[in-house]
Ligand binder design. Structure first.
Ligand code: BMA
Length: 382
């Protein structure tokens, strides 16, 4: 190759690289936190990229306990049944704000940190909820009285300083979550969930829509701008709704949510569940598209699984009609102290186990091994 040919090919190479860079810029975006860490940005973009390909199945507290067991290394009800772990792992911070060593469901926070690191290293996605106490009454998240709690937290309110001290603890917890290279583990944080229902002090009739919007924004700004936590994606989620207006009534705005979704539990017939889920997912699909957000089923379940074919006959047909990033089943608590039993995914030997395996074998349903291949935490945007 002579000198000028070399020059031209050099120029061409430069041009190609510039084009590649420009297309990467075009396809990748930033989450609400404009200072998000690289891994968090990659997770955000990759979740969008794989959205139309499949649905990640998640499970709350999956590595901590299941029906009939707790804290057995490497054990998981999902693994016992399917041979693989969930693609999404949910954890819960309630009582971290009170300096307890374990959360409200008895999971020690130091063990939780280990589970989160394991799940991240295996390629799963982590999401964290927070059933925080009512700061005004000192009672639980389920204490809706009085109606002034949310207002009392906002700047100038009587519990603002207390709430800030709780956020300091949450921020400190998040900042302990690191991978082997010292990088922060990206977390989908889901505070103030089910906020259109009135069972939590932050929800429904217990405050005005404007108050909860302000609290949501305040919380995010405090963690991000005051505490410098930059490895969170934020998930906004409601309970049951019938219209887009209802869903958006308490939405804090596009600058405060990366993921939008809702929680749904079957409490009536299969047909009613399918109708409600289908309607809500259709509305969610269109809001996610219009607002450029990632849609997810942030919690789901059919308590104690009385229908042995529920996963393939009822859940799967609805899920497959929609674009959903993930669907998180709630916890397999098993026998509880109050004498009741609670689980949402089958355990080994349960009548629905075979059906759940069949459900997970669908090409569009992803467990950990499927999602690990997608390498969500590295730059995958072509
Ligand atoms: C609820 C139940 C409770 C639990 C709470 C927070 O739905 O599972 O037993 O304490 O979630 O995880």
């Amino acid at each position: 190759m002579n000198k000028s040919a070399k020059y031209v090919s050099g120029l061409l190479l430069c041009f190609c690289l510039m084009l590649q860079y420009a297309s990467a810029q075009k396809q990748s975006g930033l989450p609400c936190d404009k200072k998000a860490t690289q891994e968090t940005i990659h997770l955000y973009n990759n979740l969008k990229k794989v959205l139309s390909e499949g649905i990640m199945i998640g499970h709350q507290d999956d590595l901590a306990y299941g029906v009939n067991w707790e804290y057995e290394d490497g054990r998981s009800d999902v693994k016992d049944v399917t041979g693989d772990y969930p693609a999404v792992m949910g954890f819960e911070l309630g009582r971290l704000e009170l300096d307890h060593a374990a959360n409200l469901d008895g999971v020690p926070f130091d063990k939780m940190k280990g589970f989160i690191k394991d799940a991240y290293q295996q390629g799963s996605v982590i999401t964290i909820s927070w059933h925080l106490n009512n700061p005004l009454t000192g009672k639980t998240a389920w204490d809706p009285s009085p109606k002034e709690t949310v207002a009392s937290i906002l700047p100038g309110g009587s519990t603002n300083a207390l709430y800030n001290s709780w956020l300091d603890k949450v921020a400190a917890f998040f900042q302990t979550l690191k991978g082997d290279k010292g990088e922060y583990i990206p977390i989908i944080f889901r505070p103030f969930h089910e906020l259109n229902g009135s069972w939590f002090w932050w929800g429904g009739k217990n405050c005005t829509p404007d108050e909860i919007k302000q609290l949501y924004q305040y919380t995010e700004k405090y963690l991000r701008d005051v505490k410098g936590v930059h490895h969170l994606l934020y998930a906004f989620n409601t309970d049951k709704f019938y219209t887009a207006d209802e869903f958006l009534e308490r939405y804090p705005g596009d600058n405060y949510a990366d993921i939008i979704g809702f929680d749904i539990y079957q409490r009536g017939t299969n047909a009613a569940f399918m109708k409600d889920a289908d309607n809500m997912l259709s509305i969610l699909d269109s809001i996610a598209l219009a607002h450029n957000k990632i849609p997810a089923l942030t919690e789901f379940g059919y308590g104690n699984l009385p229908d042995a074919t529920w996963f393939t006959s009822t859940l799967l047909p609805v899920l497959k009609k929609h674009k959903i990033s993930y669907a998180l089943a709630w916890r397999n608590a098993g026998a509880k102290q109050d004498g009741s039993t609670e689980f949402y995914l089958p355990y080994k030997g349960h009548a629905a186990a075979g059906d759940f395996v069949q459900f997970c074998n669908d090409a569009q349903i992803w467990l950990q091994q499927d999602i690990a291949k997608k390498k969500l935490y590295v730059n995958n945007i072509p």
